[in-house]
Design a protein around this ligand. Structure first.
Ligand SMILES: [Zn+2]
Length: 110
């Protein structure tokens, strides 16, 4: 179980973009010419980075969404539940918010 904060995700957007699109062994940007330009725009954002700024640079909200997979709501804090390797398969991983965890605790109490 790991705590994932949206603000950390936003503050690390440039680093995450670099890790995703820069191939260190080939020493080049992958998947199109605009990846380096986007990185250069992301890395100059001042912390705390705003989601709207990242969305504007990238052109969509796929890098800033931080949704609970139970209630489908964007939250500042989510718990990452990692499924265990079982019977030859990776277990399911899951992001869940505090409110959904509390609801589930009330169910299991009874
Ligand atoms: Zn939830």
């Amino acid at each position: 179980m790991t705590l994932f904060r949206r603000q950390d995700k936003l503050d690390n957007a440039a680093t995450r973009w670099y890790d995703q699109y820069y191939n260190k062994s080939l020493n080049e940007w992958m998947y199109g010419k605009n990846k380096k330009e986007i990185y250069n725009n992301l890395k100059v954002l001042k912390k705390p980075v705003k989601a709207s700024d990242v969305d504007a640079i990238i052109g969509n909200s796929s890098w800033t969404e931080h949704k609970c997979q139970t209630c489908d709501t964007t939250k500042e804090a989510l718990i990452f539940l990692e499924g265990k390797y079982f019977n030859g398969y990776d277990g399911p991983n899951f992001l869940i918010c505090k409110e959904c965890l509390e609801k589930s605790l009330n169910i299991i109490k009874d």
